[in-house]
Design a protein around this ligand. Structure first.
Ligand SMILES: [Zn+2]
Ligand SMILES: [Zn+2]
Length: 631
């Protein structure tokens, strides 16, 4: 047989079929699996086709997935050693760890978890090779029958007859699995079981209840500990907790999923909205306000009825059904259609900040992160096909400015055609190619998420990375060839003929409610001075300085600075501590001396005593520092 051609690290290597990825390069200890032609493959699996070969470590998300999924097998093996009657379900990798669904005769206790963890560590020590074995469907059925693994049998029965099935074996343990896996158990350097819950087999209430054991794992103890510390930190920063503590917002069960903004929270909310307004106005966006309730006919026309009906808040009056808008697009289409548009009117960039609602199930609600009522920095760009590129560039510029302002790095994911797509295939292909070429031209690092696009077009999702390293999907940019079609939108082109515009749906912050929730956790409530609800707190030491304190506060507030005076009859140390707990960025302590010299004693939130400054100088500096961000 002739050699296959492999491309490894830019080198072309001819090798006979059956060579393994390990056989193609000098594989280091931290290599977990190979990436061959876009698929993760075991390092020791014989390769029967040539192609591009890369190597995965824990730094790659696909590498982490192999690592965590192998940890799930380890968990199952440990449970089977401790409870031989346990029956295995399935055990996938998660973004930050893994779980395994296992049927157990008795519920697990806290000390059981400890025992499982210790057994997992023992199996790591034993350092078993993890081997792939291919068997026939009948052989697989027989093996799991002998092992009384009824759930595995059920899975195999669902696989078409005659299919080859792969098993993974480590020591005495065998699992049904398509892989890939780590080469040996010894690579799982650090692990922790984190949680236990119940889950019906295959998600159906008529099926047995399984015990779902969650865990996480890392190559070494230091990384595991850093991760666990981060989780603890995230709990401390929970925006619902900080939101109450800092008096920003609340929720009431009388209106689940809709935030009540308190004065301090609403200040931040408005700053975010105005920040977006200023950036967009400078880029030719025009703000409009359109209705929030429409006859369902409109939602049928836009396609929302078919795809989002369950998410619509519906109202019935005089035998007529109406829906509260979950997005602004159909309203903007109606605006577009009001007059004859010319090619000279395009691109037309319409921005809107009005309220939107989506019916989320009560179990899915989560503080500001998952709400029923929200507002977006929403905009629709009606463009000529030849303007797509330039407009996409403009939108990605905005994304960059906004996320740099909040010191958040970001990652871009391109989501392509879903199964329930609307419209012609050729339009989809064209839109997807266009988006990808813009990403490449901007040299943005991006991933492709197959089949995750909106039903009307492909989309770019921007994931902002917060100060704890967590990824949040915020901005979204969607190219849409369908809605202009459905609304029969037209413009008169240069040659006098009617043409169909293309629509770009985009939001940069996304839901402002959710973005604010993310910011609370990102900054742990210590907002930068331009966002802080109270920017400066004046703290008179005694009653004698009240007049001076109020004079300062009045001057600052006339310069649009958000300032408060703490004129309570309390010790100055107490006032300072309270201002720090309230995370006020700057405190001005004023006593007799400061009043006499017309100075202020400045302290910062971080606890530092900056010292005494002439009041006029402080004010001048502050006005520079406290300015709202802009580009
Ligand atoms: Zn597996
Ligand atoms: Zn839209």
């Amino acid at each position: 047989m002739s050699d296959l051609m492999f491309e490894v690290k830019g080198q072309r290597l001819p090798k006979p079929p059956g060579v393994t990825a390990r056989g193609l390069a000098d594989v280091k200890d931290d290599t977990l699996a190979a990436w061959v032609n876009g698929q993760a493959v075991d390092l020791d699996r014989p390769l029967l086709e040539g192609g591009q070969v890369q190597f995965l470590t824990f730094e790659d998300s696909q590498g982490r997935q192999v690592f965590r999924h192998s940890s799930a097998h380890l968990l199952a093996q440990a449970v089977k050693r401790l409870w031989p009657d346990a029956k295995l379900g399935t055990g996938p990798a998660l973004e930050d760890g893994f779980y395994y669904d296992i049927w157990l005769a008795d519920p697990l206790t806290e000390s059981d978890l400890k025992r499982i963890e210790e057994m997992m560590q023992a199996i790591v020590q034993e350092n078993h090779a993890i081997k792939r074995v291919e068997v026939s469907r009948d052989e697989a059925l027989q093996l799991f029958q002998e092992r009384h693994e009824s759930f595995k049998q059920e899975i195999i029965e669902g696989i078409p007859e005659g299919s080859a099935i792969s098993l993974y074996q480590q020591g005495e343990f065998v699992d049904l699995c398509s892989g890939p896996h780590l080469p040996r158990t010894g690579l799982i350097g650090a692990l922790k079981l984190t949680q236990v819950s119940g889950a019906y087999w295959r998600g159906s209430e008529t099926n047995p209840m399984m015990t779902r054991i969650y865990g996480t794992s890392f190559p070494d103890q230091a990384r595991l500990e850093r991760h666990l510390a981060q989780i603890e930190e995230a709990k401390l920063r929970d925006h619902r907790k900080l939101g109450a503590q800092l008096d920003l917002f609340t929720f009431h069960e009388e209106s689940s999923g809709f935030a009540f903004w308190h004065p301090k929270g609403h200040v931040i909310y408005r700053i975010l909205e105005d920040f977006s307004r200023r950036l967009q106005a400078a880029r030719g966006y025009q703000e409009v306000s359109t209705p929030w309730i429409y006859r369902v006919g409109l939602w049928k026309k836009s396609g929302h009825w078919d795809h989002y009906r369950d998410d619509l808040f519906l109202i019935e009056r005089e035998d007529e059904l109406m829906g509260v808008k979950p997005m602004n697009c159909p309203g903007h289409c109606l605006l577009f259609k009001e007059t004859t548009r010319s090619y000279r009117d395009l691109p037309w960039r319409l921005a809107e900040y009005s309220p939107l609602s989506r019916y989320e199930r009560s179990g899915a609600l989560h503080g500001l992160m998952r709400v029923r009522g929200f507002h977006q920095d929403d905009a629709h760009l009606f463009v000529r096909p030849d303007e797509i590129r330039q407009e996409m560039f403009g939108v990605l510029d905005l994304v960059d400015i906004v996320y740099r302002t909040f010191a958040m790095p970001y990652e871009v994911v391109l989501s392509t055609r879903p199964d329930d797509y609307m419209g012609e295939l050729s339009l989809w292909d064209r839109a997807e190619t266009e988006l990808e070429s813009v990403l490449r031209a901007r040299s943005l690092k991006y991933q492709i998420n197959p089949k995750d696009g909106a039903f009307y077009g492909p989309k770019l999702d921007v994931y902002a990375v917060d100060s704890l390293g967590r990824r949040w999907q915020c901005a979204t940019v969607q190219l849409d060839f369908q809605m202009p079609e459905k609304f029969e939108l037209e413009y008169i082109d240069q040659d006098g003929t009617a043409k169909r515009p293309v629509m770009i749906h985009r939001a940069i912050l996304g839901s402002i409610e959710r973005f604010l929730g993310i910011l609370v956790e990102h900054y742990a409530g210590s907002f930068p001075i331009w966002l802080a609800p109270v920017q400066v707190k004046v703290l008179p030491i005694t009653e004698k300085q009240h007049a001076y304190a109020y004079e300062i506060a009045k001057a600052l507030s006339q310069s649009q600075i958000r300032v408060e005076v703490d004129d309570r009859n309390q010790k100055i140390q107490f006032k300072i501590r309270e201002a720090q707990v309230a995370k006020v960025p700057e405190m001005l302590v004023v006593g007799g001396l400061e009043q006499e010299n017309r100075s202020v004693s400045l302290r910062t939130r971080e606890g530092g005593n900056v010292g005494v400054l002439p009041w006029a100088q402080y004010k001048e500096d502050l006005l520079m520092r406290a300015m709202p961000a802009s580009d």
